[in-house]
Each structure stands twice: as C-alpha cells, then as structure tokens.
Design a protein around this ligand. Structure first.
Ligand code: PEP
Length: 260
C-alpha cells in the first residue's frame, strides 16, 4: 500500500480553448476520486477561467501551470511571476519540461530561479528530468539525471516541497513509453539521488511521477511499481473521457484488493 498520495497531472501543452476547458473540467470534476490528487496544467491565459470553473463546480481538480518566470517582477516582457500564478490558486508548476529545454533554450540558472520563486509563493515545483535517446543508448541516464537535479537544487538556501517527473525524452509524445519495470529502476535511483538534498524521511515523502506516452491502458502498471507515485500525461489527458478512464485505472492499481 502506497503512503504517498498518487498524483495524476494533465499537461495540456499548447492545446485547448475556454470551451474545451469548461467541458473537460465539468466532466472530470463530476467524478469523485478521493484516493488520488488530480492537477490540470493549462496554458496561462486559461488560468482565470480555470479558477472560476473550479469555484463554480467545487472541483477537486487542482490548478497547475506549465511555466513560471525566474524573476519576481519588473521589466521582463512576456514573463509571468510565481506571485501572479498564486493569485489564480496555482498549486503546482512544471519546471524544466524537455520541450522547454529543447525549443526555448531555458538555462539551468533560469530553472534554479524558477524553483526558488515557486517556493517563495508556496507553489510546489514539478521538476522534469530525463535523458535523450542517445544518452539512454550510451548508458548515461544516471549521470544526466544527477546533473539535472544538481544544477537546480545545489545552492538553494533550503530544500522545499518538490515533485519530480521522470520523463525520458524519447518516450514523450512518441507512443513508445518506457516499460514500467525500467521506469521503476530509474525512480528508485532518483529517490536515492535526492538524499544529497533531502533527509531520508523527506525522500520517502517526495512523489516521483513517470511521464512519456502514458494512457489509460498503461497507467495502472506504472502505479503498481513501488517508487512510481503518479503520472504526467500530455496527449492522453486532452479528452476528458480518456483522462477519467486513466484516473480510474490509477485508483484501481493503488487500491488493495479486499477479500470477498
Ligand atoms: C508530457 O507532456 O510531459 C508528456 C509526457 O506528453 P505525452 O503524454 O504526450 O507523451
């Protein structure tokens, strides 16, 4: 039985509309799943609608952001601060998603700043880490993951609340997920690596999500692994029906069987 509450995060990336958000949230909120925590990371312009809809529906789905500025405020055109996210009741924000690393050249220093900005506002960072296909083939996965953790966590004044998302780059959006057993091995390694910054007890509390082509067919298998505490889902989260099925599969996987 897992002691960490499973976390299922939907990442809409640059998809959606206000109408789609209304339909999705209505459908997803109608299902009560107290066993898990569900989060929806929308594009920033939809945060206002998400706040309004969550209130109207008394939704248990929490609000997430896909990016945050490393700066507190000032002359930074286009940036959105952690304090602004907080006004929209954002509880979690992604940091270091591989698409941000790949297409937007976000630096380690930016990620470090984003992390501390989120901690200052009481928003939980979801730090995404993962190796490329080449790094995987060359057996460099552990080295890459350690570097991606260290460049963000080293030098922070204190280690705050954290969620990790292990997303092998080649598994994202490819329809080729890493097997649950292989993912488990990496999650176990990540939990050990975290000891450099967190106490043993905190390492046991930190949730580590798997991401990369997760859908309602394979989600349950990930959650059956000891060190996989949830999933970060892109395309499999866009349709409410599929997302609801995925969440049901997660609940089923973590609920102990009661003998008849
Ligand atoms: C993601 O957005 O982080 C992701 C894992 O996408 P997908 O589920 O589409 O692979």
């Amino acid at each position: 039985m897992k002691t960490r509450t499973p976390l299922v995060m939907a990442n809409w990336k640059q998809h959606g509309s206000e109408a789609a958000l209304t339909d999705w949230l209505t459908s997803v909120s109608a299902i009560d799943l107290p066993e898990i925590c569900r989060v929806l990371c929308v594009p920033l312009p939809y945060l206002a609608k998400l706040r309004q809809q969550r209130a109207e529906l008394q939704s248990k789905v929490q609000a997430g952001a896909q990016l945050v500025s490393a700066f507190r405020g000032g002359a930074y055109t286009g940036e959105v601060s952690a304090a602004m996210l907080s006004e929209f009741q954002v509880a979690y924000s992604l940091i270091g998603h591989s698409e941000r690393r790949q297409w937007f050249d976000e630096t380690a220093s930016a990620r470090r700043g984003q992390l501390s900005a989120l901690w200052q506002e009481g928003i939980t960072p979801v730090l995404c880490v993962g190796e490329t296909a080449l790094e995987h083939q060359q057996g460099q996965t552990c080295e890459v993951l350690m570097r991606q953790l260290a460049e963000v966590l080293d030098g922070q004044a204190t280690a705050g609340p954290l969620v990790l998302a292990y997303e092998p780059v080649f598994a994202i959006g490819s329809g080729k997920p890493l097997s649950a057993q292989s993912a488990q091995q990496m999650h176990q390694q990540l939990r050990l690596m975290l000891k450099r910054w967190y106490s043993a007890a905190d390492c046991q509390r930190i949730r580590i999500l798997y991401g990369g082509s997760v859908n309602n067919q394979n989600a349950g298998e990930y959650l059956r692994q000891d060190d996989i505490d949830g999933v970060l889902v892109g395309s499999g989260s866009l349709q409410a029906g599929a997302f609801n099925a995925l969440c049901h599969a997660v609940v089923h996987a973590v609920t102990p069987l009661v003998p008849a």
